[in-house]
Design a protein around this ligand. Structure first.
Ligand SMILES: Cc1ncc(COP(=O)(O)O)c(C=O)c1O
Length: 392
């Protein structure tokens, strides 16, 4: 099929709810994508943070092949080995909690919000979330997403959500009441522009939740699974939440989401209260196990820390040369470049030159390289960005 033929299929049969680039991707391998016109693209934003250990990681592909030959899916009427094994591996790398599996980030957050309501007393029905957040597109999670542009066309939203400025402890304190069931924030806001929480802010959430009997939920959908150089973003901040949610990188390219809660909070999720037909699917969980093994066997947490420092240094050097760069921020391989004007054109020009990056919140270039990337691939990416910013 030619690129044009595929695009025609989409025009005729696929709902046009995404702004797509006119490229058909036919293959992904490691840090590279290949399109139907034989172009090779260096991917510094793989799968919108899904393919964090690179495209088609051989360990994930092998695990999928093996699992596909044994059992693709079994419903949650039964026990299955991959689900139990993945829950154990995640629990041991976080705070020793218990997992509920689903299929996406929004579903993981939806489960967390419902569990917070179940776990707290009946008069607690409010949720506090932060301006600039992104938590998903279901009705509850789009309501939790405190960015008005995502609400347009869907009013009235779910009742009970209160929005506060991110990293503002005083605003959080004044918004808190006995009616709050949970606070949900991202340790680093991804879609909101790579805004890093302060340790004091996350610790204030912990303190207020403890004082008022509310649940602290951290959305680790983008920050989780090693992206920041630790397994989970919260591990940078000397704080332990009651619930974390994850998805994206967890399945190495296979759809999966998970919510982990402390044993005490998890006990409130009893049969009949929440479920997912595909949640804990054998194939997805086998992929998740392989992702964790690959990260550990290939020392990718260490690589994320070292490479994160390297790319940040390089971007700081570019800042000295290009006045459009205002600042560089982020942790590990979750990096934002704050521009003084919109970045879409820069992203498009980078792609023409064979580099994929992203622009979020209009003026923030987002680099989320695969954790398997090398310094020479980072150099290549920086050279392309440099040439685009130089107008050459
Ligand atoms: C922090 C965060 N939470 C939740 C979501 C929603 O995840 P999904 O698109 O898998 O539903 C996203 C997606 O970008 C996200 O970045």
């Amino acid at each position: 099929m030619t690129t044009q033929e595929t695009i025609e299929l989409f025009d005729k049969y696929v709902i046009a709810n995404y702004s797509r680039l006119p490229r058909v991707i036919v293959k992904g391998q490691g840090c590279y994508l290949y399109d139907a016109d034989s172009n090779k693209i260096l991917d510094m934003f793989p799968g919108w943070a899904v393919s964090a250990i690179g495209h088609c990681h051989p360990k994930v592909v092998d695990a999928l092949r093996k699992q596909a030959g044994e059992l693709l899916h079994i419903d949650n009427t039964f026990y299955s080995e991959p689900q139990g094994e993945l829950a154990k591996l995640l629990s041991e790398r976080a705070f020793g909690g218990k997992c509920f599996f689903c299929n996406s980030g929004a579903e993981a957050n939806e489960a967390a919000l419902k569990l917070a309501r179940l776990h707290t007393s009946q008069e607690k029905y409010k949720f506090i979330t932060a301006e600039g957040s992104f938590h998903g597109r279901t009705f509850a999670t789009v309501t939790a997403t405190a960015q008005p542009k995502y609400h347009e066309g869907f009013l009235p939203l779910l009742p009970g959500f209160v929005y506060v400025p991110f990293n503002d402890i005083a605003a959080l304190e004044s918004a808190f009441s006995d009616e709050v069931a949970a606070v949900m924030v991202e340790p680093i806001q991804g879609e909101g522009g790579i805004n890093v929480a302060t340790a004091e802010y996350l610790q204030a959430i912990r303190r207020l939740c403890d004082e008022k009997g509310a649940v602290m939920i951290l959305d680790e959908v983008q920050t989780g699974m090693g992206r920041t150089g630790k397994w989970f973003g919260y591990q940078h901040f000397d704080v332990v939440p009651d619930i974390i949610t994850m998805a994206k990188a967890l399945g190495g390219g296979v759809a999966i989401g998970a919510m982990m809660a402390t044993e005490e909070v998890a006990a409130s999720l009893v049969p009949g209260k929440h479920a997912s037909t595909f949640g804990g699917n054998c194939l997805a969980c086998a992929a998740g196990v392989a992702v964790i093994e690959a990260i550990e066997e290939d020392n990718l947490l260490k690589n994320a820390v070292e490479l994160g420092r390297y790319i940040k240094d390089k971007l700081e050097q570019l800042k000295l040369k290009h006045s459009i760069i205002d600042s560089v921020r982020g942790i590990g391989l979750m990096i934002g470049v704050q521009l003084t004007s919109p970045g879409k054109e820069i992203v498009d020009k980078c792609l023409e030159k064979g580099l994929r990056i992203n622009c979020t919140n209009d003026t923030v270039l987002r680099f989320m390289p695969p954790m398997i990337a090398t310094k020479s691939q980072i150099d290549q990416a920086i050279d392309i960005l440099d040439s685009v910013l130089s107008g050459s």
